[in-house]
Each structure stands twice: as structure tokens, then as C-alpha cells.
Design a protein around this ligand. Structure first.
Ligand code: MTE
Length: 317
């Protein structure tokens, strides 16, 4: 594990939000102007200066304090780069993220490749601070930068037959040392029902902590679905396919009894091998800290429960 330093109290906790946002904007501008050198230290701990993404704060953000950058970028699941949490930060920087395009295909009127630079300009960027709950019973709070996936869907015009969206991710044998491991059927793939994908909370993310995504977190583009277990949030996407039928997904193919298609965060449905009732917040909760209660739909029930009206969530886990 790459957790080295004690968690720092986020200034958002002790400073009124408008003041804290102004201060952070100053820090970002300072970074853009090169005033602070290669990185800056702010409410998120040390954040390396990369390509800054200007974004406006979103009302969909949680008020919980964000996990320090070093944990969000250092304690990572990206199996293509190895199964240890510390592997992706070591190997992923070798992956080339330019040129990059995302193929749009399937049941959609506007098919074809979309260049990442055009995708970045598709809609105004927002900063969305979301809880991320991993199926392994830990969680983080991450300030993502991106826009609702629905913005893309509207522009590519799905046909009336489109009911699902499938995400296919990058396979790069040069940098992805984990592709040699028979853990999953590569490429990593995920899927959502079209109405889930169109929900305003579903984010197409290009950055985090004010900068473009580090490779280990899914550069240059990933999906973030905050009410589902983290594995639904596919990283480094190269293809988005609109389909009539429910698509196969990598984890469901590997162990259908353990990982359902829906995988909504649900403290009442245990994983066959462990409880999902509680979680440990990375960077904050020590080994002896009592675990936090996991919330239904990861705390987003008010916004998303309506998507599942009438469904048996124990059966459709
Ligand atoms: N996407 C790809 N392509 N490969 C992966 O192994 N792991 C998933 C998801 N997306 C994964 C992936 C899992 S298990 C989690 S918990 C989240 O990414 C973690 O995202 P983060 O490390 O950026 O917080």
C-alpha cells in the first residue's frame, strides 16, 4: 500500500465554502502561471501540476471532505496494470494517452471515432465531488472534473432500439503488464442501462483534483457512476456501444454470482464472501477505527432510487 502520510484536514471543513473555493481557484491560477513549480499543497494535500481543467463547482457535489490526492492516485484498482493497489501508479504512466479517440457505435445515428480533444470541448466542465464506494468495502471522496454523460448521449442520438450502453477500455500490451494475468477477459468492459447512463449524476470524467486524470485513474477519459460499486466506473475508455440487449461485462463474466450487472451499492445485499454493510474511508479511518455504515445507493438514494422502482434488488444485485 502506498499510504504514507497522515490525512490532512481539508480546508473545506474549516473554511466557508465560497472562501475555500476562491482560495482553490487562486491555487489553480497560480499553478497555471507556474508560480508554484511542479506541484501545490492545498486542501487536498500535494497535487502535481499537470494540465489544469477549468471547471465550475457543481451543486451535485457532496460536502464531505475529499480524500487526499496521494491516496486517490496511489491506492488504485486498474487490473490491466497489475492487481496490487500500488502497481498502477508505477506502470500506468507509460501508457500513451495521445493520440486517443473514442469509437461511438451500435444503435446510434452518429457513429464514428471522436477525438479526445473534441470530446473535451463537448460541454462545459464541472467539478463534482462524489463518494466512490469500492466493492472491497472501502471508500474515498474524489473531486472529479467532467460533464454528465447525458451530454454526449444527446449529441450522438441513440436510435429507439438503444436500451443499454457498453464501455470498452484500452488494451495496450506495451504498458499494461496485467494483461498477462488471467484475472478477467480483456479488454475490461462495463455496461449500464440507458436510463442509468442518462442520469445527471453519471459523469464522463477527464480530470480530478483540478487536473487531467493521472493515467492510473483512467486517463484520458472514464465514466463515474457514484451510486454503484467502483468497478462499474470503467477507466481509459476507447469504445462506447449503444445496444438493444444487456451487454456482457468483465466482472460479471468472471464471477456472475459475485458481481451482478447492476451492482448498485446496497448494504443489505452482501457479497458472497464478505459484508457490504460497512466501509473504511481510505486515508481517514485507521485499522482500529469503527467502520462507517454504508448507505443505500452510496447515499444517492434520493436521486436514483426511482430508476429501480418495482425491481427486486436482491435478485438484480
Ligand atoms: N477500469 C479498468 N479499465 N480496469 C480496472 O481494473 N477497476 C475498477 C474501476 N475501473 C478498473 C476500472 C475498480 S474495481 C474501481 S474500485 C475503480 O475503477 C477505482 O477507480 P479509482 O482508482 O480511480 O478510484
Amino acid at each position: 500500500m502506498l499510504i504514507k502520510r497522515p490525512f490532512m484536514i481539508a480546508s473545506s471543513e474549516i473554511t466557508p465554502r465560497p472562501v475555500y473555493l476562491r482560495r482553490r481557484d487562486f491555487l489553480r491560477r497560480a499553478v497555471a502561471l507556474g508560480l508554484l513549480g511542479g506541484s501545490y499543497t492545498g486542501s487536498w494535500g500535494q497535487v502535481p501540476a499537470g494540465r489544469t481543467l477549468t471547471a465550475k463547482a457543481s451543486a451535485l457535489s457532496t460536502r464531505e471532505k475529499a480524500t487526499a490526492y496521494e491516496h486517490a492516485s496511489g491506492y488504485v484498482n486498474f487490473y490491466e496494470f497489475g492487481t496490487d493497489k500500488g502497481d498502477p501508479p508505477v506502470y500506468a504512466p507509460k501508457m500513451k494517452t495521445r493520440p486517443w479517440s473514442v469509437m461511438i457505435d451500435g444503435e446510434v445515428k452518429r457513429k464514428g471515432p471522436l477525438d479526445i480533444e473534441d470530446l473535451l470541448k463537448l460541454a462545459p466542465m464541472e467539478e463534482r465531488i462524489y463518494r466512490l464506494r469500492c466493492v472491497e468495502a472501502w471508500s474515498m471522496v474524489i473531486p472529479w472534473v467532467g460533464f454528465s454523460f447525458a451530454e454526449l448521449v444527446k449529441r450522438v442520438e441513440p436510435t429507439s432500439r438503444a436500451k443499454y450502453v457498453a464501455f470498452t477500455t484500452r488494451m495496450d500490451p506495451e504498458s499494461m503488464v496485467g494483461l498477462n494475468l488471467p484475472v478477467l477477459n480483456w479488454p475490461y468492459s462495463e455496461g449500464l442501462r440507458l436510463d442509468e447512463a442518462m442520469h445527471p449524476l453519471t459523469l464522463l470524467a477527464f480530470g480530478m483534483y483540478g487536473q487531467t486524470l493521472p493515467n492510473q485513474n483512467g486517463a484520458p477519459v472514464r465514466i463515474v457512476v457514484p451510486w454503484k460499486y467502483g468497478f462499474k466506473s470503467a477507466k481509459s475508455i476507447v469504445k462506447i456501444t449503444f445496444t438493444e440487449h444487456q451487454p456482457n461485462t468483465a466482472w460479471n463474466d468472471a464471477a456472475a454470482r459475485e458481481y451482478g450487472f447492476y451492482s448498485n451499492v446496497n448494504p443489505e445485499v452482501d457479497h458472497p464472501r464478505w459484508s457490504q454493510a460497512t466501509e473504511r474511508r481510505i486515508g481517514e479511518d485507521g485499522f482500529f477505527t469503527p467502520k462507517r455504515k454504508t448507505l443505500m445507493f452510496n447515499g444517492y438514494a434520493d436521486q436514483v432510487a426511482g430508476l429501480y422502482t418495482g425491481m427486486d434488488l436482491k435478485k438484480n444485485f
